[in-house]
Design a protein around this ligand. Sequence first.
Ligand SMILES: [Zn+2]
Length: 326
Amino acid sequence: MESVACILCGSNNNHAVLSEKGRFGLNVRNVICKKCGLVYQNPRPSAEALRLEYASSTYHARYKKVELPSTERAKTEYYYCKHYVDFLRRYCDLSRGGTVLDIGCSTGGVLRRMSELGWKTLGIEPSHNYAEFAKIVHGLEVIEGMVEDIQLPKNTFDVIVATQVLEHLRDPIRSLNLLRASLKDNGSLLLSVPNILNPEGSYRDLFHDVHLFMFSPDTLRLILFIAGFDVVDYKCQDGHINMIAKKGTYINNPIMDAFLPADNWKVVRRKLWWYSQFDWLLVPLQKLKKKVLSFSLRQFTKSIITKLPGGDSFLQAIRHLVLRRG
Ligand SMILES: [Zn+2]
């Protein structure tokens, strides 16, 4: 384990401890910087320990609840990745084609969707099993390894996607600098990270042993700005922040107060305290909201018809009619 200073403002030992326990009851210590409000793991595992964990199946077994990639898992990811591509579409003309890089591509959900739109794709994936699955089952080009260890070509990609990645990286600013260099001047970066201000699930599952950072929209915006990106838009969804940024200019010593609310660390700490006290109420409310939002009248009608005698044949006849009409 190693002790670290705050990567956003450089403060050392100027923090408050938020939690000593993480998901699965693991000993994980998370602190909040009293100067900027960044939440980070301190002390944290060494680079070698993390590399071994990501490359192993244990990580996937514990984190994704499946040890090996499967067709079922790939289907779920492919389905879920639709909302990333839809968000990207608002700011990029995807119909024009281009080159996309997906960091931590897993089974290749985003890459498959972009490939169907005519895009040239490349993935980076630290897990051997997942990289092989994406290559063999989906025929994707995937480099096995951690993004910070890979020499990326300069000024090459129209879009770079990194979902559920930044919180795992040891030096997110350096990694973002590398991504910036390989992005074309008018290219777009799509990030998705867990949202510390609006988490999903119970408080005891909030801190994970391989999440080295936990961002709020403000701290994520600031880290992107320091790395030379301008944030175009973001939305908070399903306990995550999805953010789109374009290449901006580097500014030396940016005025951090312009990005952060006054006493940001107290604001974040207070919200987390409320969450820790009332997650028993908030979590069921989150689940109810999800159910209401995913309610589909079409599916509901379909489920009623299939329960009626001859309902299946009726639906098949309708489907046939629709298909014939083209
Ligand atoms: Zn700080």
